[in-house]
Design a protein around this ligand. Structure first.
Ligand code: MRU
Length: 308
């Protein structure tokens, strides 16, 4: 399905309704939203109103606020006539940087897996949600090492958890099938058994916001996988570009968690009186083996080194 976005309001709608989703992609679309706003009306008040609306669409993925702030910082000092062109250029730069970042994440991630398993061993990866091509401007974050392994000729198989209630795991299956990567769809509750039975070499997930202390928000269900991985001695990696690290957020407890509508559970749940639908959870830094970014791989407690 292709959706044409011609106004900042349509960009906001696409993000809020998840026509586009995944932290880096949300950020890129929001950046173009600011460019559309500056094209429609470059006056301060109009841009401020547009950016406030864009930033309010989804609260957890920090890439959104990051991208909007970045475009704003470029255009605010400029005259009205210069703003639109500068905003479009900055949005394009954000996309290009994300493409490069995802490729680097793939290489660093693969090198780390190989350090552990060797260059020939089959890799059995568990992932959650979709952190691939459909969630970024490039090859993805959690899936980037998978694609890198495939490019390098290393056998790789991916366990893909369904990711209720929105089933983003199906997006991952679609992507992997399209790329010819071996994979198996599993229910969200299956990873405990697979980890216990030594059928997973590493867990790799994406992130929506990484706090300064390494605590990481990602799709609901991630935390349980991290707990099970730790219980069975399996490494648990978070793959994300630096744009997902929020150095202004000291710890996971301060990360806002998006609560989505009950309609995401489907009509079969209409008879249920009370439904809660938190879209993300927070995995504490101590359960994370390493964070893979475009700069390399660090323990979550060391990411301060990436601040500058
Ligand atoms: O609600 P979504 O589908 O936007 O959630 C996406 C995730 O949780 C991803 O794992 C995360 O954004 C990383 S995408 C590279």
């Amino acid at each position: 399905v292709q959706v044409r976005i011609a106004t900042w309001q349509e960009a906001a709608h696409a993000i809020a309704t998840m026509q586009v989703r995944g932290a880096p992609l949300i950020g890129a679309v929001a950046a173009y939203g600011v460019a559309l706003a500056a094209t429609a009306d470059p006056a301060d008040a109009a841009i401020q109103s547009a950016t406030q609306h864009l930033c309010a669409t989804r609260p957890t993925a920090v890439n959104l606020q990051w991208a909007v702030a970045r475009v704003l910082a470029v255009i605010q000092p400029l005259s009205s006539e210069q703003r639109a062109a500068a905003a479009w250029s900055e949005a394009r730069r954000i996309v290009a940087e994300d493409v490069a970042a995802t490729r680097a994440i793939g290489e660093h991630g693969l090198a780390t897996l190989r350090a552990d398993r060797g260059p020939q061993a089959p890799l059995r990866i568990l992932t959650h949600c979709n952190a691939g091509r459909l969630a970024t401007c490039g090859v993805g974050t959690a899936l980037a090492p998978v694609y890198a392994a495939q490019r390098a000729g290393q056998p790789v198989h991916v366990w893909v958890s369904e990711t209720r209630p929105r089933n983003q795991g199906l997006l991952t299956c679609w992507e992997l099938a399209d790329a010819g990567v071996d994979h198996t769809l599993i229910a969200d509750n299956a990873p405990g058994l697979l980890l216990m039975r030594h059928r997973v070499d590493a867990v790799i997930v994406g992130a929506d916001r990484i706090a300064a202390n390494g605590d990481t928000a990602n799709k609901i269900g991630t935390y349980l996988k991290a707990l099970a991985a730790r219980a069975h001695g399996v490494p648990f990696f978070v793959a994300a570009p630096l744009s997902t690290i929020d150095f202004n957020c000291p710890a996971g407890a301060q990360i806002p968690i998006e609560e989505r509508e009950r309609s995401e559970f489907g009509a079969t749940t209409d008879f249920v009186e009370s439904v809660a639908n938190p879209a993300f959870d927070v995995t504490p830094a101590h359960l994370i083996t390493g964070i893979i970014s475009e700069r390399g791989v660090l323990a979550p407690t060391q990411i301060e080194a990436w601040r500058s």
